[in-house]
Design a protein around this ligand. Sequence first.
Ligand SMILES: *[C@@H]1O[C@H](CO)[C@@H](O)[C@H](O)[C@H]1NC(C)=O
Ligand SMILES: *[C@@H]1O[C@H](CO)[C@@H](O)[C@H](O)[C@H]1NC(C)=O
Ligand SMILES: *[C@@H]1O[C@H](CO)[C@@H](O)[C@H](O)[C@H]1NC(C)=O
Ligand SMILES: *[C@@H]1O[C@H](CO)[C@@H](O)[C@H](O)[C@H]1NC(C)=O
Ligand SMILES: [Ca+2]
Length: 368
Amino acid sequence: MTRQKPSASLNFFGFVGLTHTLTYLLLVLNTPSTEASAALESHLLARVGADPQRSCKPPDVTERTKISARSVTDCSSQCVADAGCQSVAFHDVDGLCLLYDQSWDEDQCVDTAGWQTWVTKTVECENGGQRKPDGSCQCFNGYVGDTCQRLMEDCMEGMESGHYTAIGTNDQKFLLSKPRLSPREIRVKCNTKGDIVLQQRYFSSSVVNFTRGWQDYVDGFGNNAQFWWGLQNLWYFTNSKSYDLVLYFHLINDTRYHPRYSGFRLTENVTYTASLGPPIVDMSALGDHLKDMSGQRFSTYDNDNDNSTTRNCAMEYGAGWWFNACAEANFNGRMSDTGVRENVLDEMFWEGLDIIPKAVAMWLRNGN
Ligand SMILES: *[C@@H]1O[C@H](CO)[C@@H](O)[C@H](O)[C@H]1NC(C)=O
Ligand SMILES: *[C@@H]1O[C@H](CO)[C@@H](O)[C@H](O)[C@H]1NC(C)=O
Ligand SMILES: *[C@@H]1O[C@H](CO)[C@@H](O)[C@H](O)[C@H]1NC(C)=O
Ligand SMILES: *[C@@H]1O[C@H](CO)[C@@H](O)[C@H](O)[C@H]1NC(C)=O
Ligand SMILES: [Ca+2]
């Protein structure tokens, strides 16, 4: 049983195919006890052997170690802890546990009453995963599964898999994900609640300009801190699973709001029409100012798909959005540090708030 250390550091986009050898014990023949089954699971052990009733022992060769063990689990863990151990034989009446430095297949196992034989099998933690002391794989970068063999469908799956906290030193991290509909992997920013961050902005001296054309809004733009994730990504995700839309506002007086709308989906991938259900939190303090958004196509100043024949809403609002004719909020509008609403259309605003947010975000949260 060997363990290789990573030979290169992980890099988000170009991580190399590090492999770690994971050894696991396999039951050759004989039925595992309940206790043994638990050990199999905790060590990622799988069972082999066509006839589970068969009792057998390895051929007559000298074992590397002969010890006593309370159970086959106990015997197995002795082997897991021993780097040279390839197989074990356990006698369940006298508790004899034999460790071998070689492995056996079914044909080599000699029928002998009272003995059960387990062998190790070498598997790899894939995609940069590392073997943990309990024998399972710790995955990175959005990979999940017993051997880190596939990408998570979304942040929530990554979080629930236990592989989520593996990278990133702050509370948000970029991972790779592959929703069902997407032909390729997609880079996602995940927050601590398992949400996908689809838009994030705050005022700074190097504020990202959100007055952008169509292709930028389709593909996404910005940097790791201030960005628009992209309509095509949003289309892939919202058509692969159900999501709610959570908005986050951090006002300049430090008040924060998290309005949540049910059922956010883009219904097609040409003009990216939004479908949005009603708010599922109390909006009385804030007012529902996305109520005109559902059913609208996405518009940018160079691609006017809004519901006004006389206006180009995206140009007036200096932003891409699902404008009706036009909107009561401008999440993608210009940010300023004045703290005071100027009552112009192209600034970031939410109708009814006389002060402007210093930070906003939009999150996709798993829905029903
Ligand atoms: C943002 O970009 C738009 C379009 O290129 C441009 O007209 C505008 O001046 C820019 N705003 C700032 C603050 O740079
Ligand atoms: C757009 O959606 C259609 C299904 O409505 C799908 O067949 C097609 O592959 C999608 N194209 C892209 C680029 O997502
Ligand atoms: C578009 O605007 C018209 C009024 O001009 C309105 O009747 C219609 O419901 C709007 N469409 C949507 C999808 O909101
Ligand atoms: C911050 O401003 C909002 C909007 O004017 C107001 O509703 C809220 O009460 C203010 N919060 C504090 C702590 O002053
Ligand atoms: Ca128009």
